[in-house]
Design a protein around this ligand. Sequence first.
Ligand SMILES: *Cc1c(COP(=O)(O)O)cnc(C)c1O
Length: 252
Amino acid sequence: MAVLGGILPLPAEDAGGLPETSSVLRWVRPANVHFAPAKLLCLENTHNREGGNAAAPAPFRKLVTAAKDQGLAVHLDGARIFNAAVAWEVDVKTYTGMVDSVQFCLSKGLGAPVGSLVCGRKSFIEEARHWRKVVGGGMRQSGVLAAAGLVALKENLSRLSEDHENASVLAERLEESEHLFVEPCPKRTNMVYFEIRKESVTAEELARRCRLKGVLFNPVSSKRVRLVTHLDVSRSDVREAARIILEEAADR
Ligand SMILES: *Cc1c(COP(=O)(O)O)cnc(C)c1O
């Protein structure tokens, strides 16, 4: 951020998935030579580290409106914004229609092999293209990748709810274990985070053992694990994965 944007992050507490309006607006301070002026609010939805929680449309709208009233531009880190829209059963424009710019990924739940888009006003995109070139991101013959992205948008949006159902099934199964604490998520999408409560097992060790049985995940800390469902994971895969994780967590 500092190197490429010349900007300074002013982080707001966002446990629960969406910061309180007050914790954002506290950074909108009177002009003062000692302060970096706040100009942009950046929000993430769904929120990865908050368990993939999807922020509800109403509080999202309230926060964005409050920020705009204070003259802030709003960028949506919407890597998984379609998951949020599907979870709340709203059109994605409910979120994207009110922000200045949005980024989303074709390559996560949407299943394309590669690709992300940044969307915004024409003048913003022209500037973004300039910066893409500056950072070496220009590509040739990228239409072949765009074609995969179109397939993702045309065919894979409608099935995201399956990933959400599978994640719920996975969470329910894992909750049966006394060794695991499945982190609750108010509006779960395609993720399940859990903590290992067993002293003798680290996340790394559990991941290593499960990998040997074909269940792949990365530890996010020494005791915390993230599981993600996606279009290559079926309901029976999820049941099998839960069985193996429960078994490996109990073992030893
Ligand atoms: C993956 C991800 C990104 C980055 O996506 P790029 O494809 O690298 O642009 C940004 N935000 C969140 C929350 C992500 O999960």
